[in-house]
Structures are given as C-alpha cells and as structure tokens.
Design a protein around this ligand. Sequence first.
Ligand SMILES: CC(C)(COP(=O)(O)OP(=O)(O)OC[C@H]1O[C@@H](n2cnc3c(N)ncnc32)[C@H](O)[C@@H]1OP(=O)(O)O)[C@@H](O)C(=O)NCCC(=O)NCCS
Length: 210
Amino acid sequence: MRKLTLATIAENPDDFSTRFELATGEQLILRPLIPGDVEKLARFLADLSPESRRLSTFSSYDRATARELCDAIARYDKLRFAVVEQTAPDEPIVGLLEFSFDLTAGDILRYTKHNSPLNPATDCRFGPTLADEWQNRGIGSLLLPPLFAVARRFGRTRIILWGGVLADNARAIRYYAKNGFVHVGNFRNDEGLACCDMIVTLDNVQATPP
Ligand SMILES: CC(C)(COP(=O)(O)OP(=O)(O)OC[C@H]1O[C@@H](n2cnc3c(N)ncnc32)[C@H](O)[C@@H]1OP(=O)(O)O)[C@@H](O)C(=O)NCCC(=O)NCCS
C-alpha cells in the first residue's frame, strides 16, 4: 500500500473516518479534523475542566487555539482527528486525537537516556484528549485501532506519548498500558513535573483500518 500523506487525508477526510455505535445507542465518528471545525473545537476546548487541562495542555482553551489547530491542517507535521457525537444536537466535538510525525530534539535525547533510542523516520508522537463526560467509558481504547492503522500507513512502526504522561495521571497510564504501551523511563518536564515516557510497537497491537 502506498504511503499516506497529510494532503491525501485532508482531501479525502471521509475515507479516514470510523463510526462507532455504543451499547447506549450513542453514535460517535472518528474523523480527521477539518478546516470548518473551528467553532466546535473552540467549544470542546472551552468545556474542558481544570483537571483535564492539567492533564492535557493546550496553549489556550479558546477560539485562538482552535483556529491555530485548524489552520495547521495538512501543513507542518501534525495530523489531528476529532471525535464527533453524532447523536447529540449540533454534533459536538467530544475528543481530539493528535499525531505529530516529527520528533523533537528533547524526545530524542530523553529516549537515548532511557536506553531506548528513537528512529525519527519510523516513530511518531500521539496525544489524546476526551471531553470530561466521555472519559473513563472505554472510548479512548475503542479509538486506538483505527488510529494505529493510520500511523502504520504513514510508515510508522512505533508511537511515543506527546510530552510523556504526568506520573500522577493514573487513568491515562492504565489506558496506555492496557493498549500495548510500555513504560520506558521517567523525566521532569519543562515545568518540573514528574512524567513517564511510554512507547507502543505497532506490530504488537491491533490496528484496524478505517
Ligand atoms: C486518557 C484518556 C484519553 C483515556 O481514554 P478513556 O476512554 O478514558 O480510557 P479507557 O476508559 O479506555 O481506559 C481507562 C482505564 O483506566 C482505568 N482507570 C480509571 N481511573 C483510574 C485511576 N484513578 N487509576 C488507575 N486506573 C484508572 C479504567 O478503569 C480503565 O481501565 P480498565 O479498562 O482496565 O478498567 C482520557 O481519559 C482523557 O482524555 N483524559 C484526560 C486527558 C488526558 O489525560 N490525556 C492524556 C494525556 S497524556
């Protein structure tokens, strides 16, 4: 299969969408973020609780960041997916799943120190954020197989956590571990907070194409 590009996804977002019907009857769609998402994304960010903002940081939680993320579609190295609740009025965004296909010098140095060197050509970064009311319902896990499949189609074989995970984020650490991520080391982030680095090898996990 030919290697995927950000432009291909931006031009054909429907081809990279996955629908989920939950036992509750609610329907979600995982689809690439699109330029018209600014208002919905701004609402999603604004509605994040202080605790979710502590665990998953954005430069702001408003329209400015929503616009910045939508403007970045198919530019630079980022690929973002939105989770849309189709069975709710106005079909809000209830999750944002982010890939970066560019590792930072900091990532490379940290993993070298962990004795687990990265390969910038075949490793990428990933960060998930769900709306508060959608956390801890198994949704994050449901979303991973199609996301893993997309990473593979970009020629990636491993995924690390974007900025690591805060060491006190027990739920996220459990979530990553149960989905195949392994702990490779600890570090302190720029704010001096204790964090863990975790990595998943895609050959070891289920990846279901959208
Ligand atoms: C992290 C996140 C994406 C995970 O998605 P999710 O849908 O909530 O995860 P799941 O429900 O699939 O799995 C959560 C697991 O953690 C467990 N869990 C919940 N609270 C926990 C706690 N305090 N300590 C340990 N485990 C906990 C759940 O029981 C479940 O494990 P189980 O299936 O073995 O019972 C989501 O919770 C989220 O967006 N959190 C806020 C932002 C965030 O932390 N992002 C990650 C930044 S690195």
